[in-house]
Ligand binder design. Structure first.
Ligand SMILES: Nc1ncnc2c1ncn2[C@@H]1O[C@H](COP(=O)(O)OP(=O)(O)OP(=O)(O)O)[C@@H](O)[C@H]1O
Ligand SMILES: [Mg+2]
Length: 336
């Protein structure tokens, strides 16, 4: 057991500041605090101030929950990107401090890869097609030759952001996705909205603009919500289906904040069944941003020798998941 590394992980890419503790086979703790904008979308500086305020509390809580001290951990992992610069700096600064103060190796983690790995962990899937839908990302990905490759993504705004912005503009509040879905369940008229699939890629901003215009023109909000989710989710399922047919994977998972959507889960499950594949979403408590997924992915990475020097650990706001080598899957270390 003790040859398994124990890793502390820090998440601060966007609205959530989280600290987790994990090994490559176990999640021991996750203490997560989310910033709620008073109005409008996330204000990066305000979110960063929130993160600075809660960082000490999250760290103490995670260590207490795991029953360990900083001295006990083998490495400190941190999400260096992708995300918002001011937010990323708070997590990176705390991680560098802990690494230097306690002489621990520092492990760089890509936030998108962490959403994928925590989905594999909580579903028990070995090699799934991963649909990653959140406020900042919309990506269809799967593991091919050493990396998570992208088999479709948004070319403009992410799906979660489209639904959150729509909800905010029509006064439904945050998080928008469940609120839009709740009204959609009471809608019946399918209004025509831009269905934009370009090859394997997607665009949602035209859909958002047109949906908002229909509300202004007096269409029932329930019908607009119904048409919005039906159109957006159909676009996504179309692309996921082609990716599944192309890659021939036998498992499909949904991860990221929007993985808590029952409606999207149902649609993906039906599609997977048609192809003889099994569908299961990430465990809901690890769907949104959290410290545990960074600690867990950090533990996998550290066990295959991934570390970074403190002086090289600059934040990477635009870091794509297909730029990350994944040695823990490419061979060597295997999940027990
Ligand atoms: N119960 C729910 N059902 C469906 N979607 C939800 C639910 N709760 C939150 N969401 C959606 O989750 C999204 C946020 O996801 P997440 O917490 O992963 O954060 P993010 O930082 O915005 O994403 P990213 O991983 O792209 O950086 C929002 O779009 C929100 O509407
Ligand atoms: Mg996220």
């Amino acid at each position: 057991m003790k040859d398994e590394p124990l890793v502390l992980g820090i998440e601060s890419t966007a609205h959530t500041f989280g600290v987790g503790v994990a090994t490559p086979s176990r999640v021991l703790a996750s203490a997560d605090y989310s910033y709620q904008p008073k109005s409008g979308g996330i204000h990066p500086r305000e979110a960063a101030e929130h993160h600075s305020r809660v960082a000490g509390r999250a760290l103490a809580e995670a260590l207490r929950e795991a029953g360990v001290s900083v001295e006990d951990v083998d490495a400190v992992a941190v999400a260096l990107g992708p995300g918002m610069g001011p937010c990323l700096r708070v997590g990176a600064t705390l991680a560098r401090y802990l690494a230097v103060r306690y002489a621990k190796p520092l492990v760089p983690v890509n936030h998108a890869v962490a959403h994928v790995e925590i989905a594999r962990f909580t579903t028990g899937f070995e090699d799934p097609l991963v649909v990653y839908i959140a406020g900042g990302n919309t990506i269809i990905t799967t593991f091919v030759e050493g990396r998570y490759r992208v088999f479709g993504e948004t070319l403009d705004i992410p799906l979660g952001n489209c639904l959150d912005t729509f909800a905010r503009e029509v006064g439904l509040g945050f998080p928008g996705t469940p609120k839009v879905e709740e009204l959609a369940a009471k809608g019946s008229k399918l209004l025509e909205l831009p269905y934009v699939v370009k090859g394997q890629d997607l665009q949602f901003s035209g859909l958002l603009t047109k949906a908002l215009r229909l509300v202004r023109e007096g269409e029932r909000l329930e019908d607009v919500c119904y048409s919005l989710v039906e159109t957006a989710y159909s676009m996504l399922v179309e692309v996921a289906e082609r990716a599944l047919a192309l890659t021939g994977k036998r498992e499909v998972t949904l991860t990221g904040g929007v993985a808590r959507s029952r409606l999207l889960c149902e649609k993906l499950e039906k599609m997977a069944e048609l192809h003889g594949a099994v569908f299961k979403p990430v465990e809901p408590r690890f769907a949104g941003d959290n410290g545990a997924m960074i600690a867990y992915t950090g533990a996998l990475a550290y066990a295959s020798g991934v570390t970074i020097r403190v002086e090289d650990s600059r934040i990477r706001p635009m870091w794509r998941l297909d730029q990350v080598d994944v040695p823990w899957r490419a061979g060597g270390f295997r999940k027990p």
